[in-house]
Design a protein around this ligand. Structure first.
Ligand code: FAD
Length: 404
């Protein structure tokens, strides 16, 4: 039995263990996860790791000695299939493990295609190191790659593969890339950038089937067209890995519902990170799941403090980044639900920001190669300032001057 058992050894799980010790937690801690590696950073998987610029060792969140010194028992390669909230016990690979407090930090599993040919060789998702290693091992024999899904992960992978000399086609079902997370000007900007780098972008394109005998040879669209491909990368989102908790009676659905202290409806069970459905004041007080390192780390800190009896509430401003080619996108706030968006600066100069408003107040910024806007724009979002859109479009005036 462990005083705190953390299930899921990714960003949130690792940070929860770190934060427990930072807050002087003296009890026993175990960090259990189904991957074989020490906890590592996931964002480089579609960026510097896929491109070969960063070796895996540089992705580790902490080295083995750190976990040993902090007396965090690592239990890698184990999968929790059931939770008994009354007995305070989980089942991992058939074996019971007791807990005093349970922190559920399992993230999500990639959604897969369900069409004909979805299980052919050469079809990949991008969630774990193993996923990316499998993909990289095949790359030498691959000339044409179809990326299904024009979200951040798909676009990042497309950028890396284009740089590696592959002929890449991005297939997006909606009428623009990044449609779920960004405004149209940002989508159009990234579409143009990818096209300028030789990536083909197909919008409003439904995948009907993956073609091939043993290995993928192409992707058939609903209009009958076949896009030839030796590899397909599927980046169409994740399903939160919460079945054992829901089966145990936790309230939730698309994720496990948590309160501002990251407590689930089950006694002594917390949930954090991608799998945690929480009411977020930056999403107009609606219940959302956020898929970002920021959210995983900040919720981990709140859960750890709560366990240590230190008062804490999750109230952090969301932020996120994405690197494609030489473009550094940084976002702050949640743009979904905006009723207006203005472009600050000149997209043609490849340095600009998109400023999102709801009812006259700034709710989010997407900043492309515009670090100052990102840093100074945070305050606009945190304070929900009603900055004049006519003033903010002038990028020659720093945001901090406009806001004061
Ligand atoms: P994870 O880090 O996914 O960790 C969950 C762990 O639990 C995994 O190891 C999983 O296999 C394991 N697990 C699941 N179920 C079980 C079970 N039943 N038993 C045992 N173990 C289990 N975010 C950013 O902010 N910026 C970025 O640029 C960015 N880029 C990304 C690029 C890629 C390719 C990916 C995949 C994600 C990216 N993200 C990025 C998102 C970010 O990585 C996640 O939000 C973050 O990892 C969430 O942390 P987590 O602890 O909730 O889940």
């Amino acid at each position: 039995k462990y005083d705190v058992l953390i299930v899921g050894a990714g960003h949130g799980g690792a940070q929860a263990a770190i934060a427990l010790r930072q807050n002087k937690f003296e009890g026993s801690i175990a960090l259990l996860g189904d991957e074989p590696e020490l906890p590592y950073e996931r964002p480089p998987l579609s960026k510097e790791y896929l491109s070969g610029e960063k070796a895996f060792e540089r992705l580790l969140i902490r080295n083995a000695a750190f976990w040993e010194e902090r007396r965090v028992a690592l239990l890698p390669g184990r999968t929790v299939t059931a939770v008994d909230p009354v007995a305070h016990e989980v089942t991992a690979d058939g074996e019971p493990i007791g807990y005093g407090r349970l922190i559920w930090a399992t993230g999500g599993k990639p959604r897969r295609l369900a069409c004909d040919g979805h299980d052919l060789a050469g079809i990949h998702t991008v969630r774990t190191r193993a996923d990316v290693d499998r993909m990289m091992a095949e790359l030498d024999g691959v000339a044409r790659v179809a990326v299904v899904g024009g979200g951040y992960i798909g676009l990042e992978a497309a950028a890396v593969l284009a740089k590696l000399g592959k002929q890449v086609t991005v297939i997006e079902a909606l009428d623009r890339v990044l449609a779920r997370v960004a405004g149209a000007p940002l989508s159009r900007f990234f579409e143009a950038e990818h096209r300028a780098h030789g990536v083909e972008i197909r919008l409003g394109a439904q995948v009907e089937a993956i073609e091939g005998e043993v290995r993928v040879t192409g992707v058939r669209l609903a209009n009958g067209e076949v896009i030839p491909a030796d590899m397909a990368i599927v980046g169409i989102g994740i399903l939160p890995a919460v079945e054992p908790l829901l089966a145990a009676g936790a309230v939730g659905g698309n994720g496990v519902l948590v309160d501002a202290q990251c407590r689930t409806s089950l006694a002594d069970v917390f949930a954090i990170g991608d799998c945690a459905l929480h009411v977020n004041r930056y999403a107009a007080d609606t219940a959302v799941r956020l898929e970002s390192v920021q959210n995983a780390n900040d919720q981990a800190n709140v859960a750890a403090k709560t366990i240590c009896g230190v008062e804490a509430s999750y109230d952090a401003v969301p932020w996120f980044w994405s690197n494609q080619y030489d473009l550094k996108l940084q976002t702050v706030g949640i743009s979904a639900g905006h009723d207006a968006a203005v472009v600050r600066g000149d997209p043609a100069a490849r340095s600009f920001s998109l400023v999102y408003y709801r009812r006259g107040r700034v709710i989010a910024l997407d900043c492309v190669n515009a670090v100052k806007d990102y840093v100074q724009g945070r305050r606009l979002v945190v304070e929900g300032l009603a900055v004049d859109p006519a003033a903010i479009v002038d990028a020659s005036v720093p945001i901090k001057e406009i806001a004061s």
